[in-house]
Design a protein around this ligand. Structure first.
Ligand code: MG
Length: 309
């Protein structure tokens, strides 16, 4: 097949043992109020093909308006074959991060999409109106209702020694109505302006987010293909983890935006949409998947060791 994709990248794509997909601009487009999802061309077919071939995948969004369970239910209603535990948001990543570091009480600048996963993990989410002085961290996510009182609570917490974290520092995300503003970047900038402290990102493109996704699947990041539309998020994260970086042009970045990246930072595979990716993958993966099954059966003890984290 003539694809313009280097043979080595194509071979890695077809041999990938798991996939990490971005949501907005990759699998679906919603409207600016985060509703009215519609599947992008080829997205349903590709994920259904993976499910049929028992190739696992995770969906990792930087959006925090909904809980992972709420997003997974919406995706299943559209026909995406995804279980709740394979849907991740920065709130899922944050819960993992805070638990590992013994951070328990977190001031949340956001709604149910953040409070739910933190509470489910046994952490103690606190709201700005609680005016607690004893929080250990401030976590900023999707928060369009944000006001000056919330800003004041967050600054008091940071001045009191709490560390600041953000779901995302991306300025935009893709919707069917064009680019929509990333609220956590704007809010983090205000708090930084007042306190001089900077936010640590817990969503894409940080490597920790990819590691949590890889652990959910149970394989090394290096065995993954990461697929996304934002030149500043999924592709750099894939490179950091040694994963295959796959760009689609259905969201924030067109072909030229990915081409404009520095030579070593470009995607290994850059395609119009999930339909084109499905064509590239489907053309050769039936044979490859049967080969990888026989290899993984032979090498099972070793693989199990390498995927233990
Ligand atoms: Mg996106």
């Amino acid at each position: 097949m003539k694809s313009g994709v280097p043979a080595r990248a194509l071979a890695r794509l077809r041999a990938a043992r798991g996939f990490v997909f971005d949501l907005d601009g990759t699998l679906v487009l919603g409207d600016k109020s985060n509703d009215g999802f519609r599947a992008l061309p080829g997205a349903l077919e590709f994920t259904q093909l993976l499910a049929a071939r028992q190739v696992p995948f995770v969906v990792l969004t930087n959006g925090t308006v909904r809980t992972p369970e709420q997003i997974a239910a919406k995706l299943r209603a559209m026909g995406f074959p995804i279980e709740d535990r394979m849907m991740l948001t920065p709130a899922s990543i944050a819960a993992d991060y805070f638990l590992r570091r013994g951070i328990r009480r977190i001031l949340v600048l956001g709604g149910e999409g953040i409070i739910g996963p933190l509470a489910d993990a046994g952490l103690e989410p606190v709201l700005p109106r609680d005016r607690r002085r004893d929080v250990e961290a401030v976590f900023i996510g999707w928060f369009r209702e944000f006001g000056i009182s919330d800003l004041e609570s967050a600054c008091d917490a940071v001045w009191g020694g709490a560390r600041m974290f953000a779901a995302s520092l991306a300025p935009f995300y893709a919707t069917s109505e064009g680019r929509a503003l990333g609220t956590s970047r704007a809010i983090a900038a205000m708090i930084t302006s007042l306190t001089g402290k900077r936010a640590t990102v817990l969503g894409k493109p940080v490597l920790h987010a990819l590691r949590v996704a890889a652990a959910r699947i149970g394989i090394s990041p290096k065995a993954l293909a990461v697929v996304g539309d934002d030149p500043a998020l999924e592709v750099p994260m894939a490179h950091r983890g040694g994963a295959l970086a796959v760009a689609v042009h259905t969201g924030v970045g067109g072909a030229e935006a990915f081409q404009a990246l520095a030579a070593g930072a470009r995607p290994h595979v850059s395609v119009r949409d999930m339909a084109e990716l499905g064509q590239l993958y489907g053309a050769g993966s039936a044979l490859n998947s049967s080969i990888s099954v026989s290899i993984s059966m032979k090498r099972k003890p070793k693989l199990r060791t390498s995927s233990a984290r």
